[in-house]
Design a binder for this molecule. Structure first.
Ligand SMILES: [Zn+2]
Length: 340
C-alpha cells in the first residue's frame, strides 16, 4: 500500500465522517475539540494531508504532524514506535523544506534569561586601560565575570535575544583566550547550555538589522571585522555600522544576514595570514550580491602581522575606510605583488 492509502486507513480508524477532499486530502470531524456548548462537533472542520500526514482544524486551529496526531489521539509512544514509525518517516519525507532554512537557524536559537548579564555588572578596567570608553563598553553590554576572571561579551541573535555569553581571558596566562560559556552557568544555579554555534552569530548585527534593513540597498556601509575589540573600537571612532564574525571565517549564515542587510560591505579583518585568507573567502562569497571593499592597514602597520583594526588610530581607521579599494582592485594589487 502506498503512503496515501496508509494515512487514509489511519484517518478512517481514528476519525469520524472522513471524506476525500482533493487527491491528497481528507476532511473529517475534529477529534480534538468540542462545540462551545460542550456537545460533540458534527461538522467536518479537520483537514489532513494523506501524503504529508499534516493536519489542521479550521475551527480550533489545532495542527500537527502524524506523530503528534497519534500521540494526541491517545496512543502510547510504544505503540506509535512499533506500528507507525515507518509511516511517520515516509510522511516526513514529503514535507516541504522550511522557506528559508538559514533564517530558521539564525532566528530560533533558544534564549538565555537576560538577568544573567546582571551578574557581570562590573567595568573591565583592562579595556579602559586599552583606550575603550565606558560608554562604548556600556553600549556593547560588556561586563566582568569575577568568578571566572573573564571579560564578558553577550552574544545576541538577529532578533536581539541573548543566546550566549563569551568570556575573554582577563589575564594573558589563561590558557583559553575566548570561551563561550557552557557549564559556567551551573555556578549560578542555572542549567548548563550547549555552546552556541558562532556561525549563527554575526555580532552586533541585531543593532543594524532594523536600522539598515529599511533603507535602500547600497546606501549604507557595514564594516566587518573579526572580533569584539575591533568592532568596539571602530564603533567608538564613529564607524557605528560594524559587525564581528567572531573568527576570520564568514559562514553561510553570516553571509545570509549581510545579504539581507544589503549594504556595501567593508572587510577589515586582522593583518595576518588567516585574516587575508578570510578576506578572500568572504569577499568571494559576498561579491555576487553585494559591493565589497577591503580596508587596508595604514603604511606604518602594513608589515605588522599582529595588527588588528583596534591598533589603528581613529584618524587612520577613518582615512583607510575612505580610500578602501574594491575587492577586485585589492586582489589585482596583491596578485601583482606576488608575481614581482
Ligand atoms: Zn478542532
Amino acid at each position: 500500500m502506498d503512503i496515501t492509502g496508509e494515512v487514509l486507513q489511519v484517518a478512517h480508524q481514528f476519525l469520524k465522517k472522513v471524506r476525500r477532499s482533493g487527491p491528497d486530502n481528507v476532511m473529517a470531524v475534529c477529534p480534538f475539540h468540542l462545540k462551545p456548548d460542550g456537545t460533540e462537533e458534527r461538522t467536518p472542520s479537520f483537514a489532513m494531508s494523506l501524503t504529508k500526514g499534516l493536519y489542521f482544524c479550521h475551527a480550533c486551529k489545532t495542527k500537527g504532524n502524524l506523530f503528534s496526531f497519534l500521540r494526541d489521539i491517545g496512543l502510547t509512544r510504544d505503540i506509535i514506535e512499533r506500528q507507525y514509525r515507518f509511516l511517520i518517516e515516509a510522511a516526513a519525507k514529503n514535507l516541504p523544506p522550511p522557506p528559508d532554512p538559514l533564517r530558521c537557524k539564525v532566528w530560533d536559537i533558544p534564549p538565555i534569561e537576560e538577568g544573567v548579564l546582571g551578574l557581570f555588572d562590573y567595568c573591565p578596567t583592562r579595556l579602559i586601560q586599552q583606550g575603550f570608553q565606558e560608554r562604548t563598553l556600556h553600549h556593547f553590554e560588556v561586563g566582568f565575570d569575577q568568578w571566572h576572571n573573564r571579560i564578558t561579551f553577550p552574544l545576541r541573535d538577529l532578533k536581539g535575544s541573548l543566546v550566549g555569553i563569551s568570556g575573554r581571558a582577563n589575564d594573558d596566562s589563561m590558557e583559553i583566550r575566548h570561551k563561550v560559556y557552557t557549564k559556567e552557568y551551573e555556578l549560578w544555579r542555572l542549567p548548563a547550555r550547549a555552546e552556541v554555534d558562532k556561525r549563527f552569530i554575526l555580532w552586533n548585527a541585531h543593532r543594524l538589522y532594523p536600522e539598515v534593513y529599511y533603507r535602500s540597498p547600497g546606501e549604507t556601509a557595514i564594516v566587518v571585522v573579526e572580533g569584539f575589540k575591533a568592532a568596539m573600537w571602530l564603533w567608538q571612532v564613529g564607524m557605528t555600522n560594524v559587525v564581528a564574525l567572531l573568527g576570520s571565517y564568514l559562514s553561510w549564515e553570516q553571509q545570509w544576514i549581510l545579504e539581507r542587510l544589503g549594504a556595501t560591505v567593508y572587510l577589515f579583518l586582522d593583518n595576518n595570514y588567516a585574516g587575508r585568507n578570510g578576506t578572500i573567502n568572504a569577499a568571494d562569497a559576498l561579491r555576487r550580491s553585494l559591493n565589497v571593499r577591503i580596508i587596508e592597514y595604514p603604511e606604518r602597520l602594513i608589515e605588522d602581522e599582529d595588527a588588528q583594526p583596534d591598533g589603528c588610530s581613529p584618524d587612520e581607521a577613518i582615512e583607510q575606510m575612505a580610500i578602501a579599494p574594491t575587492y577586485l582592485s585589492w586582489l589585482l594589487k596583491h596578485t601583482d605583488q606576488r608575481v614581482h
